[in-house]
Design a binder for this molecule. Structure first.
Ligand code: NCD
Length: 313
């Protein structure tokens, strides 16, 4: 079988179709059940380069751990202040330099378009690890995979997405990824954080969407509740953030109304939108998501780096 990920940039989740998701997920399943000695051939002698111009815990660490788990190595810029960017070097020159050292690049940047810019400059594959409010494609891959692993399917599921639908890049990529399947999606947010009209127009032909002001209106119906934090750093007016803070919260009281097998996801970090009391409920799966995330990123790196992946398994 040809491998559609080989040598490819991953900039937007809109470039990934359902059959490609299915290939990625089945390869992740294979990786989970194989030993390290078998896995390490996949990236042996290969180097991952990470360039993070915004804070990250899970995305950077899971890319690094993923690369190590398939036998590769990694180098990275975690803090632009300790690189030549601090001396005035521009982004293009930093990318050109990293491109000489590594086999695949991962970039996170506050500006929309930065990953595509990097892909135009680099000769090696570039993976978008989050650009502005725009997209976070590998988060969407791990979110879909988590739903399948924890709930069994995506088609036919009732999925609520609550929080900052306007500035959240994880939300945007997740919605475009869900549009490859047949779920029913409930958008839940304060009015000023609702999904932008142009995104709704884009999605409507392929995804069943409805908008709601409060979780109470829909909680009883949901199979999956995907919670997001307000993107404080992207809201232009600090006063607006203060007004919105605490405007929605998932606590054990609201969960009393949820289906007993509903699952709760969150890309993390959380701030105050999920109460700690929810962590110990059987519905909480947001600390399982990073586990599936590392596996998905291992599978993605493996597929990007190897044309003939099947011969290794
Ligand atoms: C998300 C991001 O960076 O967009 N975090 C992550 O990668 N897990 C979500 C967020 O920061 O709210």
């Amino acid at each position: 079988m040809t491998n559609p990920f080989f040598g490819r940039d991953i900039i937007s989740i809109r470039d990934v179709d359902r059959s490609q998701f299915e290939l990625l997920f089945s390869f992740a399943n294979e990786l989970e059940s194989s030993s390290y000695s078998k896995k390490k051939d996949i990236a042996s002698g290969k180097i991952l380069g990470t360039m993070f111009f915004e804070p990250s815990t899970r995305t950077r660490l899971s890319f690094e751990a993923a690369m190590l788990s398939i036998g590769g190595g990694q180098v990275g810029v975690q803090d632009p202040k300790t690189s030549s960017i601090e001396k005035g070097e521009n982004l293009a020159d930093t990318i050109r330099t990293m491109d000489c050292y590594v086999d695949v690049l991962v970039i996170r940047h506050p500006m929309e378009g930065a990953a595509r810019f990097a892909a135009e400059i680099a000769s090696k594959p570039v993976i978008n690890a989050g650009t502005g409010s725009e997209e976070h494609p590998t988060q969407a891959m791990l979110d879909l995979y988590t739903i399948i692993k924890e709930s069994g399917a995506i088609d036919g599921m009732k999925i609520g997405i609550i929080g900052d639908l306007k500035y959240g890049r994880a939300v945007h990529s997740l919605l475009y990824a869900l549009a490859r399947y047949k779920p029913k999606v409930y958008l839940i947010s304060p009015a000023s954080l609702s999904l932008r009209k142009e995104v709704i127009r884009d999605l409507e032909p392929t995804l069943s969407l409805s908008e709601h002001g409060t979780l109470e209106d829909v909680i009883e119906e949901l199979d999956v509740l995907y919670v997001t934090r307000i993107q404080k750093e992207r809201i232009p007016d600090p006063q607006e953030y203060e007004q919105l803070r605490g405007s929605y919260v998932v606590d054990s009281k609201i969960l009393e109304k949820a289906k007993s097998n509903a699952i709760i996801l969150h890309p993390l970090p959380r701030t105050s939108e999920i109460m700690p009391e929810v962590d110990k409920t059987k519905n909480a799966r947001y600390f399982k998501q990073p586990y599936w995330g590392k596996l998905i990123r291992s599978a993605l790196l493996g597929l990007i780096l190897n044309d003939e992946i099947n011969t290794k398994f």
